[in-house]
Each structure stands twice: as C-alpha cells, then as structure tokens.
Design a protein around this ligand. Structure first.
Ligand SMILES: Nc1ncnc2c1ncn2[C@@H]1O[C@H](COP(=O)(O)OP(=O)(O)OP(=O)(O)O)[C@@H](O)[C@H]1O
Ligand SMILES: [Mg+2]
Length: 134
C-alpha cells in the first residue's frame, strides 16, 4: 500500500514565559491508504499539537520549527495558505474530540455540516439528490 500521509522529523514548540516547550520533538510516522492509525500517549505528550500542526491549525504561541508533512506525495509545509485551503475538507479534515466545544449547541448539526460543505464546495448547492432542499 502507498503512503497517504508521511510526517518526518516534525518539531513544534510553544514559547512560554517559562521557556520553550517542545511539544512535538522530531515526530515521524506514515499512514498508508486505507490504514487506520492510532496515536496514543499520556495527556500532554503532544498528540493534539501534532495533529494541529499537520492540519495547519496551530495558533500562537505554537510554531512548527522543523519537519516535513507530505499528503499523497505533496509537501504541505511549503504551500501558501490559499493552496492549503484548497486541500482542506476535500483531501484532509479533522474531527475534534470535544463535540460540545466544537459544535454550536444552538444550531442543528446538519446545518453546521452543510455550512462546511458549501464553504468548500460552493457548486454543491443545498439540494439533496432527490431535489429536497437541506
Ligand atoms: N499554549 C501553550 N503554551 C505552552 N505550552 C502549551 C500550550 N498548549 C499546549 N502546551 C503544551 O504542549 C504539550 C502538548 O500538549 P497537547 O495538547 O498537544 O497534548 P495531548 O497529547 O493532546 O494531551 P491530551 O491527551 O490531554 O489531549 C503539553 O505539555 C502542553 O502543556
Ligand atoms: Mg489532545
């Protein structure tokens, strides 16, 4: 099987008043097409930081300082934000672990999913195949 995602030597740091936290320290792994991959480790070991770094969702003060992330052979670290946005949703998505913090509890889940689809695939429209509007 081919590699779908290749992470090599990924380093991510948080600058904090008490110094630099090396949250991802030379992380390497690859996931093949069709493979289900689990990343396990104690709380605070850097799982979320690694996932956010791969998906370019890190916020200040986090910074990727080194490494390569390839999706289907395409090096992601060199892409502009616009180029990266084109891969989001269509090629790569993240489902965050805390649904109550990540889904708006006053909106229907269906509407939130539709918003995401329409944002990335405007031509998809809001109609189901049978013609019913969603
Ligand atoms: N904003 C921040 N400033 C400084 N250090 C941070 C910041 N955010 C996270 N860290 C540190 O980075 C390290 C990795 O955190 P991360 O959230 O990636 O861990 P995790 O493996 O996902 O943990 P959990 O299993 O609890 O979700 C931890 O030591 C954490 O304290
Ligand atoms: Mg986490």
């Amino acid at each position: 099987m081919e590699d779908l995602l290749e992470v090599q030597d990924l380093c991510i740091e948080y600058a904090s008043p008490r110094g630099v936290v090396k949250a991802a320290d030379h992380v390497s792994f690859s996931i093949r097409k069709g493979e289900i991959f689990g990343l396990a480790g104690e709380s605070g070991c850097g799982k979320s930081t690694t996932a956010f770094g791969i998906c370019r969702l890190l916020r200040h003060p986090a910074q990727v300082t080194k490494g390569s992330v390839k999706l289907d052979g395409i090096e992601l670290t060199g892409l502009s934000d616009e180029q990266f946005d084109r891969l989001r949703w269509s090629r790569m998505s993240i489902v965050l672990q805390s649904a109550m913090n990540n889904l708006n509890p006053v909106l229907r889940i269906r509407d939130q999913l539709v918003d995401a689809i329409v944002a990335h695939e405007p031509e998809a429209g809001r109609k189901l195949p049978g013609g019913q509007r969603i």
